[in-house]
Design a protein around this ligand. Structure first.
Ligand SMILES: C[S@@+](CC[C@H](N)C(=O)[O-])C[C@H]1O[C@@H](n2cnc3c(N)ncnc32)[C@H](O)[C@@H]1O
Length: 223
């Protein structure tokens, strides 16, 4: 089950989400980096935008003729994405997995619902407490040797040496973010812990710290 605080938080932020991102030009660089990387992958037909939000990756996915699965639990975020599609790309081929059908914990393996790439851009995985289950379930939706692209925020570097050693040991750190009366938990990981957690299902093919931008890029390949 998706934690309802996440859905309430993103429902609350939905109408201001795009303008908040646009305020910081660095976000544009990150999105361009991810787009360029995905477009260089070979033999890709079906792409899932996991935690697709307001659909900011949809224009380039549609323009490059991918068959798209758009997965988003917040109905207000996804409503903005749907509006974008009907306004600008009325003939696009998109399957929307919205609300309860975005709940990855309920997914089953089926050749009919598999995709070649899952893109999880701008920290969608940072909202997920059980990241091990997420890797397992995302793996079910991927074709053989399919690609999982994740862009995550790591937990902030600690300042004191005591904090540093504690941070290095902790597999997960949690903080709370709030908007208005809504708040949700954010889960942070370090690269070595993600590799350890994912290893039953994925190999790490490429990693890049997008340091000045505050994000970390991971390309995983399904085992
Ligand atoms: C920061 S937004 C990123 C939106 C979009 N990917 C982008 O690049 O702008 C994170 C998104 O992840 C979604 N999300 C959070 N938990 C999720 C889950 N368990 N499954 C799928 N999506 C989730 C949120 O609803 C939110 O829309």
């Amino acid at each position: 089950m998706i934690d309802s605080s996440i859905i309430h938080y993103y429902d609350e932020i939905a109408s201001s989400y795009n303008s908040r991102l646009e305020k910081d030009a660095r976000n544009c660089h990150v999105r361009n980096y991810v787009r360029q990387y995905v477009l260089e992958l070979k033999n890709v037909q079906r792409v899932m935008d996991f935690g697709g939000g307001t659909g900011l990756d949809l224009p380039w996915l549609i323009e490059n003729d991918f068959d798209i699965v758009f997965c988003e639990p917040s109905t207000k975020m996804s409503a903005i994405a749907r509006q974008l599609v009907s306004d600008r790309f009325p003939n696009a081929s998109i399957t929307f997995e919205i609300g309860a059908s975005a709940d990855f914990s309920k997914w089953c393996k089926s050749p009919d619902n598999q995709v070649d790439v899952i893109l999880s851009n701008f920290s969608a995985l940072n909202s997920i407490a059980n990241i091990g289950l997420a890797f397992k379930q995302l793996g079910l939706r991927l074709t053989h040797r399919g690609h999982l692209i994740t862009v995550l925020t790591h937990f902030p570097q600690s300042t004191t040496s005591w904090d540093k050693s504690r941070s290095c040991m902790a597999k997960q750190q949690v903080s709370t973010v709030s908007i208005g009366s809504r708040s949700m938990k954010v889960y942070y990981y370090q690269k070595k812990h993600l590799v350890e957690i994912a290893k039953t299902y994925f190999d790490l093919a490429y990693y890049q710290a997008l340091t000045p931008y505050g994000f970390h890029f991971y390309h995983w390949i399904k085992r």
